[in-house]
Design a protein around this ligand. Structure first.
Ligand SMILES: Cc1ncc(COP(=O)(O)O)c(C=O)c1O
Length: 433
């Protein structure tokens, strides 16, 4: 009998990877293991788990079978050696960073990032004495110019939130690796259905599972997966090679090889920072992933139709959707996202802030809220909400103006979405729809 991971099709793996009928009850749906802790077979087994000599369930802050099923599913879809679940996308990111960085290190990150990530990086990393520079362009020579002797990480989003810019993942991976630097990608907006960064040379992928993976706006969650291919023993990551005082002198790279980073992420960072995913959210996100390919096809179909409509709509000055050939990153989108440039993008209104408020207040089908990647269509004004902590210069670097509107195109009928946008745009004084 083949196991779920023996199948190669993306749709099949979305439904089956990580999950099997429950051997004890026969339950076909993934059981929700709503328990804090697990009874040990005996004292010897308990000691082996705590020594990391055996891999097994002890306490749900560190590991839980329902969360593990989701971790296996996302790792399978991303082509990773494994994954770790977290309470949110930002918990996943901060934990992914903490595991490899130490004071005095330097991070080089794309400027086209989710506002919460910019804030997390700018303030949290600096508080920990980690240096940070943003690169406001996709040109590899600009990234190269930013590399310092202490640079320990490149970071970017496959599709930038909300600018819609596309990262040159293969180019950045090659540049990073030439300097013994790992590349970490936030693949939230693309999902593994549209792009698998590890296949282009990235080393670590992080997700806000809150968005398209869960897909229904019900659960906050985050995930980290790793290729297992980065050489953590290159002499630049002592945390991975030296005896760990937080784990009675364990040398993670020597002991776990390919799994060193993920083991350290789970056994130390998740254990100590504690931002674990709840079993119930893992269940909902894993169930969401069962329909990920179907939803992403409809999201992309609708996003293309809505972007094409907006391009010719009165009062709209620019549409920042990399699926349009007018977008500066269109050729990168064709390379990295051949099935579609996602379903979250921005457009600018000639009437600025007031026009933005009029549009948002008159939309009926689009919900005004701070989320993306829901089956339902969503809209927000980034300058006054998600990105309001950013200075004007940072806003400009992230591609956001006063009249910029971000939409997350859902899976309704495209005709209904266009009709809703059309009636709301026509309410803006001076705009002819
Ligand atoms: C691209 C991206 N990454 C990370 C996050 C953070 O995810 P979470 O809200 O699950 O912490 C978000 C949230 O909007 C996001 O859009």
């Amino acid at each position: 009998m083949p196991t779920s991971t023996d199948f190669s099709g993306f749709h099949t793996r979305s439904v089956h990877a990580g999950a099997r009928p429950d051997p004890h009850t026969g339950s076909r749906a993934m059981p929700i293991h709503q328990t804090t802790s697990f009874v040990f077979e005996d004292s010897e087994a308990a000691a082996a788990y705590f020594n990391l000599q055996e891999y097994g369930n002890t306490y749900s802050r560190i590991m839980n079978p329902t969360v593990a099923a989701l971790e296996e599913r996302i790792a399978n879809l991303e082509g990773a050696v494994g994954g770790v679940g977290f309470a949110s996308g930002l918990a996943a990111q901060s934990s992914a960073l903490f595991t490899l960085l130490q004071p005095g290190d330097h991070v080089l990150a794309s400027a086209a990032l989710y506002g919460g990530t910019v804030t997390q990086f700018k303030h949290l990393l600096r508080k920990l004495s980690v240096e940070l520079d943003f690169v406001a362009s996709n040109r590899l020579q600009d990234w190269q110019a930013g590399i310092k002797a202490n640079t320990k990480l490149f970071f970017g989003e496959t599709i930038g939130n909300p600018s819609g810019s596309i990262l040159d993942i293969a180019g950045l991976a090659e540049l990073a690796h030439a300097h013994d630097i790992p590349l970490m990608i936030d693949n939230t907006f693309a999902t593994p259905y549209l792009c698998r960064p590890l296949e282009w040379g990235a080393d670590i992928v992080v997700h806000s599972a809150t968005k398209f993976l869960g897909g229904h706006g019900t659960s906050i969650g985050g995930l980290v997966v790793e290729s297992g291919e980065f050489d953590w023993s290159n002499g630049r990551f002592p945390l991975m090679e030296d005896p760990s005082p937080a784990y009675h002198g364990l040398k993670f790279h020597e002991t776990f090889g390919t799994f060193a980073y993920l083991m350290k992420l789970r056994a130390e960072t998740l254990r100590d920072l504690g931002g674990c995913m709840s079993p119930f959210n893992a269940f909902l996100i894993a169930q969401g992933i069962e329909t990920l390919p179907l939803r992403m096809r409809q999201h992309v179909h609708n996003a293309r139709a809505v972007a094409a409509y907006l391009q010719g709509a009165g009062g709209v000055t620019q549409v920042h959707y990399a699926g349009l050939d007018s977008h500066p990153d269109h050729s990168l989108a064709q390379r990295y996202l051949p099935a579609g440039a996602g379903a979250v993008f921005c457009f600018d209104l000639a009437g600025g802030r007031d026009a933005g408020i009029t549009l948002i207040e008159n939309l009926q089908l689009f919900s005004h809220l701070a989320n993306v990647g829901d089956a339902k269509s969503l809209v927000i004004h980034p300058a006054t909400t998600t990105h309001r902590q950013l200075s004007d210069a940072e806003l400009a670097a992230a591609g956001i103006g006063p009249g910029t509107i971000r939409i997350s195109v859902g899976i309704e009928d495209a005709e209904d979405l266009i009709a809703d946008l059309d009636q709301a745009l026509s309410q803006i004084p001076g705009a002819t729809s």
